[in-house]
Design a protein around this ligand. Structure first.
Ligand code: NI
Length: 257
């Protein structure tokens, strides 16, 4: 059985409070070989560090998501993030980026802390996990200006079209693909998967969010990766096992393992 590398999940989320241990312990017999748990604010970054200590197969990232960015204005916050970023098994800074989806968005603060967290990644010599929604142009402009190509990383839960994908691929970034590729309205992402070179695609779930069909709307977990993998393998004209093998080695390179 091929090994699966889950590059983006949130197992600290309270959606898993009832069965976290049972679920995580079921992964190895289902081929889930490695999981990267993603921090999205200071408290989930701390929780991520704890998970990496508890489970051999769990690695982590620490960072503050654009929707929680205000907490980085507090004294000592960025210093704490730096300390967390130096811990064992912390592989990247993220998820960080821009999200203009909601009306009360503070674009100025989001940009400021996207840049500062990229600076932290440079300082710690770690790649970045980028979250970008409804903010393609600003994300690309800032990443160009900050020379993100020298940092490296992944644009997770890729939600833009081919043209935008080309810019990120040109910067050397990986494209994270998950459950959305199985959706009836996932045509744009299917086109991106078709366009992106196989050696630049990594598998992710964003669990507990974005469960694939036929579980759309339910709690997601890495156990559902095969549903997205089948669609991706089909688009690429390879077997699912080949896809697991290639994306495993891509993820090892992305996270420098
Ligand atoms: Ni996420």
């Amino acid at each position: 059985m091929a090994k699966i590398f889950e590059t983006h999940a949130h197992y600290d989320d309270d959606a898993f409070d009832g069965d976290r241990e049972l679920l995580l312990e079921s992964f190895s017999k289902n081929g889930i070989e490695k999981v990267v748990n993603i921090g999205a604010n200071l408290s989930t970054s701390r929780a991520t560090v704890e998970l990496t200590k508890k489970y051999d197969f769990i690695y982590g990232t620490v960072g503050v998501h654009p929707s929680d960015i205000r907490e980085l204005e507090s004294e000592g916050a960025i210093e704490e993030l730096e300390t967390l970023g130096t811990m064992d098994k912390i592989l990247a800074i993220g998820e960080i980026g821009l999200d203009y989806h909601y009306e009360d968005t503070d674009e100025f603060l989001q940009k400021k802390w996207f840049v500062r967290q990229m600076d932290l990644a440079k300082k710690l010599k770690l790649p970045i996990v980028v979250h970008s929604r409804d903010a393609a142009k600003d994300t690309m402009d800032i990443m160009e200006a900050e020379k993100a190509r020298d940092i490296g990383g992944v644009v997770h839960c890729f939600s833009y079209g081919k043209e935008v994908a080309r810019t990120f691929l040109d910067m050397g970034f990986y494209i994270g693909v998950g459950g959305v590729v199985t959706f009836k309205n996932g045509k744009k992402l299917k086109e991106v998967v078709e366009y992106a070179p196989l050696d630049k695609i990594v598998l992710e779930t964003d669990a507990p969010y974005l469960a694939p069909e036929p579980y759309r709307g339910k709690r997601n977990s890495s156990l559902y990766i095969p549903h997205a993998a089948e669609v991706i393998a089909d688009i690429k004209g390879i077997s699912v096992d080949e896809l697991y093998e290639i994306t495993y080695s891509n993820a090892m390179k992305l996270y420098r393992l």
